[in-house]
Design a protein around this ligand. Structure first.
Ligand SMILES: Nc1ncnc2c1ncn2[C@@H]1O[C@H](COP(=O)(O)OP(=O)(O)O)[C@@H](O)[C@H]1O
Ligand SMILES: [Mg+2]
Length: 306
C-alpha cells in the first residue's frame, strides 16, 4: 500500500511528532511504500498530491494535526486516514468541551471553572489548583497554583498560549493511563501507572529518560483496575474515538477516579505510553501500526457505505 505519514507540523508538540513519524516510518517501510510529509513545508500539498497515497498515517500531535483540521482535509480529498474522525478529534482536543461532555455523561472529571479574560476569578475550591490552556498538550502552560498571587501569573501565562483557559481542582493521587485500540469493537491495553518525582507529569518528565517510570500493572486493587477500564471504554465511546486513543486518569486516595485528558493521537515512539502498553500485551510496534491502518480502512469503508 502507498502510505503517507504526516509528521512534524507547527504545534508546540512538533519535536515529539517528528520522533513519532520516524518510528512509524521504520515500522511500516518493510511492507509498504511509505513516505514522510511535514505539513509546514512550503511544497507539502503539491508533493502530497503527487504521491497519491492510498492511506494517510497521521503522526501529528496537537494543533491542526489532532483537532480535526487535517482529518477534514483528508475527508475532502477522500483519502482514508488513521485514528479518530473530524468530530471526535475536535471534541477531544478542546479540554473544556471534552470535560462538559464527560460531566453530561456522568463520567467523573476534576471540578473546574472557565476563566474569562480580564474578569475576577472566584474559586469554588481551595488551593492547590491547576491552571490549563484548553487546546494544548504535553503539559504546555499547565501550572499548579497555591496562592492568589501565583494564580494571576498562571492565568496570564496560559492566556498568552491559548484563548481559552480553565482552572481545575488539583487531585492528589496516582496517575494512570489507558490505551485503547479499536473502532466499534475495542481492545483495552494494559493500564500503566505513571510515576515521576516531579510535581506534574510534565514535558520534561515525559520526554527525558529517567524522569518518569511506567508501572505495569499499576499498584491498585483488581476491582479498581476494572473500574478504570470501564470508565476508559465509556469515555472512548462517548467521545466517538476510533482507531486508537489514550486517556489519562487520576485515582485519589479513596479510589475515586477522575478523567483528566483524552489524546486521540498519543505519542507513537517506541517508548511512548500506548506502544509500551501494547508491547506488554504482546503487540509489537510494527503490529500496532498495522492494526491502526486496518482500523482506519475499516472505518473508512463503513463511512462510504452510509
Ligand atoms: N486536576 C489535576 N490534578 C492533579 N494533577 C493534574 C491535574 N491536571 C493535570 N495534572 C497533571 O498535569 C499533567 C498534564 O495535564 P493534562 O490535563 O493531561 O494536559 P496535557 O494535555 O498537556 O497532557 C497530567 O498528566 C498530570 O500529571
Ligand atoms: Mg495529558
Amino acid at each position: 500500500m502507498k502510505i503517507a505519514i504526516l509528521y512534524g507540523g507547527e504545534s508546540p508538540e512538533r519535536d515529539v511528532s517528528l520522533k513519532s513519524g520516524r518510528c512509524v516510518y521504520f515500522a511500516l517501510k518493510k511492507k509498504h511504500n511509505v513516505k514522510l510529509f511535514d505539513p509546514v513545508r512550503k511544497d507539502f500539498i503539491n508533493n502530497f498530491l503527487r504521491f497519491r497515497p492510498d492511506f494517510v498515517f497521521i503522526a501529528l500531535h496537537g494543533g491542526i494535526g489532532e483537532n480535526g483540521v487535517i482529518q477534514g482535509f483528508l475527508e475532502t480529498l477522500k483519502i482514508p486516514y488513521s485514528g479518530s474522525g473530524v468530530l471526535s478529534s475536535a471534541l477531544c482536543l478542546n479540554k473544556i468541551i471534552c470535560k462538559e461532555l464527560l460531566i453530561f455523561n456522568k463520567i467523573p472529571t476534576p471540578p473546574f471553572i472557565i476563566v474569562e479574560k480580564n474578569k475576577e476569578v472566584k474559586l469554588p475550591f481551595n488551593y492547590p489548583v491547576i491552571v490549563k490552556p484548553a487546546n494544548l498538550g504535553s503539559t504546555i502552560g499547565v501550572k499548579i497554583v497555591n496562592s492568589d498571587k501565583e494564580l494571576e501569573t498562571a492565568i496570564n501565562d496560559a492566556f498568552s498560549l491559548d484563548n481559552e483557559v480553565f482552572i481545575e481542582k488539583f487531585i492528589k493521587g496516582k496517575e494512570v493511563t489507558v490505551g485503547i485500540i479499536g473502532n466499534e469493537k475495542i481492545t483495552i491495553l494494559p493500564i500503566i501507572e505513571i510515576r515521576t518525582k516531579r510535581d506534574l507529569y510534565d514535558y520534561k518528565a515525559k520526554y527525558t529518560i529517567g524522569e518518569s517510570f511506567h508501572i505495569i500493572p499499576p499498584d491498585l486493587p483488581k476491582r479498581i483496575i476494572k473500574k478504570i477500564e470501564k470508565i476508559a471504554e465509556k469515555t472512548y465511546k462517548i467521545l466517538k474515538c476510533s482507531g486508537f486513543a489514550r486517556m489519562e486518569i487520576i485515582v485519589d486516595e479513596n479510589y475515586n477516579l477522575f478523567v483528566l485528558d483524552v489524546n486521540t493521537i498519543p505519542g507513537l515512539t517506541k517508548v511512548s505510553l500506548l506502544p509500551d502498553a501494547a508491547k506488554y500485551k504482546g503487540i509489537s510496534f510494527e503490529e500496532l501500526c498495522e492494526k491502526i491502518i486496518n482500523l482506519g480502512l475499516e472505518r473508512w469503508k463503513r463511512q462510504i457505505k452510509k
